[in-house]
Design a protein around this ligand. Structure first.
Ligand code: WT7
Length: 650
């Protein structure tokens, strides 16, 4: 199972299989293997023909001249076509019976609730679009959104799309520094935020962080503040405006602006392996088509479904599968503001029972927490409305898969383990619930239009059960178009590893049935509780502390979070102690946010390095995980460093 050229080894052995149930297949959007194969082959051999046909599912103001132009990395989709994402998610449904259908069912953490029909959502989006215009936002501008999971976040996104401004959402768990970095990089003109948000009963003071961030940013002219918690915030005259004040005088008439298919829809920052976050840019036509079709194929969305994706909209999962994909399909999407264990560990199951949720999409890290909290919590609630379960964010371990299948799905619901990335925009590899025989831990097969391969660095395709690099050989409509402001880095990051292919860092293997098993990231990016974090960013946060000389951050297997964060720290002088450890932990939290809270800080006199000065993280990973060193240490510069680290192993 080992390939010397790729160096990725697979240790997972899993042979259980779960065929689709005939009752499910009978009414599924994709209901036979033959139908899938026909679609997949057509998309591979004639992408323009296939996607041109699919694109008729969207409403266009002007039809495209050409479906696909160029080759990777420079591809354009639906060239000459014009549309609007907000129009596709809202206006077109108003011409149908869906006008008064629930678009968003929202629940706040304290228990407050709100349902917005398509007509109501449309009205608020139009009004807020007019507010943005009044604040000087024009087509082509960027607007930063730093909000809790409240309906105003979806409204603001669709309002930006409506006038052709790109949104750049900053996850509410990030700190002031992160807001400043991201809004500076995107040159945002306006920030939309809230006084605060609720998380586990505590306040998240968002507006305060925005005020802090604005000390370091020069492009932001106006701030809009939603009143969510009612806490006191400082409002700066002529800069800060209350959402409700602006809305009270805003007209509900605002035509959706036709934009080119390749017009930017949003920027979303994601961690890279070198310091600066990458501004992944998605454009309108291709992204919307990808999310629309995959929502239908993978979640088998039906008119009568109540669909719930538990992700935060601050991540791509929320962009694609809370907002754009479901709304473009005219579905009912549930949105929940808070934590899964507030006020108790039954909260998610209570929500499923209350709204009779049919489709539930969550992350392995959440599933592992549910397992730890015990079966009594889900067993207290009626989950019989569920008909399909989804997983995303990291490889799901077979134990977690089996628990999800048995305890939540009552052995009745298919599980779709969906592999994709911020960069891919939409789901790429996933079971199709009506046809795929699933295997716990495998994301199975590529969707139509996705042509993956598992290769060596030289691009040679590997046989079954050999670990290698997961690449895409053909372009797809929802792929990122660039990294905002750094097209060179875009080409370098995704298209320079394997000639002619897209590569975004994952290792994988196929098995004897052609199923794909993703093995995790091959670079130094951590996946903590489903969040991709850059070790470099955490290291630079540590090093920004006056006592720290050097830091190396590695992941280690963590029961709940998937990966935990272990920091090896070298001090400028003296030894570390408990109080400094606490101080460094809060220092990282302040710089990056609570999601990057280190699990372990280990003080060390030196770090293992190669002669050229590169830190050998591989060795540190072994130490952090408490494993014996097995790999090659011949390039190590100073062996005593390693010996000392092992001695102090606690
Ligand atoms: C990375 C992308 C896609 C939305 C959430 C994360 C890992 C994601 C799976 C899966 C194995 C997965 C990969 C990928 N990943 N889904 N089903 N099985 N690994 O988006 O932050 O861009 O992270 O998450 O390593 O490259 P992201």
């Amino acid at each position: 199972m080992q390939t010397p050229s790729s160096g990725i080894q697979s240790t997972l052995q899993e042979h259980r299989k779960f065929p689709p149930r005939p009752e499910f297949s009978a009414s599924a959007h994709i209901s036979t293997v033959a139908q899938y194969e026909q679609m997949w082959n057509q998309a591979k051999d004639d992408p323009a023909g296939f996607w041109g046909e699919m694109a008729n599912q969207l409403d266009w103001f002007k039809k495209w001249d050409k479906v696909l132009e160029g080759t990777m990395p420079e591809t354009k989709w639906f060239v000459g076509g014009q549309l609007n994402a907000s129009y596709n998610c809202l206006d077109r449904h108003l011409l149908t019976w869906r006008k008064n259908k629930a678009a968003i069912i929202w629940e706040g953490e304290p228990g407050d609730r709100r349902t917005l029909t398509y007509l109501e959502l449309h009205r608020e989006v139009c009004q807020f679009a007019n507010c943005l215009k009044r604040l000087g936002v024009r087509k082509g501008d960027r607007v930063a959104l730093y909000l809790p999971m409240i309906p105003e976040l979806a409204i603001a996104m669709l309002a930006c799309a409506r006038i052709g401004a790109a949104h750049s959402i900053v996850f509410g768990g990030f700190s002031a520094d992160a807001v400043a970095d991201r809004s500076n990089d995107a040159q945002a003109k306006v920030i939309v935020t809230a006084d605060g948000g609720w998380r586990r009963g505590k306040d998240v003071p968002l507006k305060k962080a925005v005020d802090e961030s604005l000390k370091k940013s020069s492009t932001v002219e106006k701030v809009v503040v939603v009143r969510r918690t009612g806490w006191h915030v400082d409002m700066v005259p002529d800069r800060d405006y209350w959402w409700h004040d602006l809305m009270s005088s805003a007209s509900a008439d605002c035509d959706a602006e036709p934009v080119d298919s390749e017009h930017p829809l949003f920027i979303l920052y994601t961690s890279g392996s070198t310091g600066k976050p990458k501004g992944v840019l998605h454009t309108t036509g291709g992204y919307l088509l990808g999310t629309t079709m995959t929502s239908r194929w993978v979640f088998d969305l039906k008119e009568e479904d109540t669909y719930w994706c538990t992700a935060d909209i601050g991540w791509i999962t929320g962009h694609s599968y809370i907002v754009y994909g479901p709304l473009s399909n005219g579905a009912t999407t549930v949105m929940y503001e808070g934590a899964p264990n507030w006020p108790d560990e039954g909260r998610f199951w209570e929500i499923i029972e209350r709204y009779r949720v049919n489709i539930f999409y969550t992350a392995p890290t959440a599933i592992r927490a549910f397992i730890k909290w015990g079966d009594d919590w889900p067993n207290k609630y009626d989950l019989s409305s569920l008909r399909l379960l989804g997983s995303v964010g990291e490889p799901i371990n077979p134990e977690a898969w089996m628990w999800y299948h048995t305890v939540i799905g009552a052995e009745r619901c298919p599980i779709v383990d969906t592999w994709w990335q911020t960069e891919t925009g939409a789901i790429m590899i996933s079971p199709l619930p009506g046809i795929t025989e699933t295997k716990p831990g495998s994301c199975t097969r590529p969707l139509p239009g996705v042509v993956p391969a598992i290769v060596t660095k030289e691009g040679a395709e590997l046989p079954a059960n050999s670990g290698g690099l997961l690449v895409m050989k053909q372009p797809w409509p929802s792929m990122l178009r660039t990294l905002y402001g750094d097209h060179e880095r875009f080409k370098q990051t995704y298209f320079s590893t394997v000639e002619g292919c897209y590569f975004a860092g994952d290792g994988a293997r196929t098995d004897e049935d052609g199923y794909i098993w993703v093995m995790g990231r091959v670079d130094d990016v951590l996946n903590v509780a489903g969040h991709r974090l850059s070790t470099m960013e955490i290291e630079s946060a540590l090093v920004s502390h006056s006592l720290v000389s050097e830091a190396a951050v590695v992941g280690f297997p963590h029961e709940i979070k998937g990966e935990g964060i272990c920091c090896f720290v070298t001090l400028k002088t003296g030894d570390g102690n408990d109080s400094l450890e606490k101080e460094l932990i809060s220092h990282v939290r302040k710089h990056i946010g609570a999601l990057a809270t280190p699990d372990k800080i280990r003080f060390t006199a030196g770090l293992p390095k190669t002669r050229s000065g590169k830190i050998m993280r591989r060795l540190l990973r072994d130490i952090a995980a408490g494993r014996e060193q097995t790999g090659d240490t011949t390039t190590l510069e100073d062996f005593t460093v390693l010996a000392k680290l092992r001695e102090n192993d606690d």
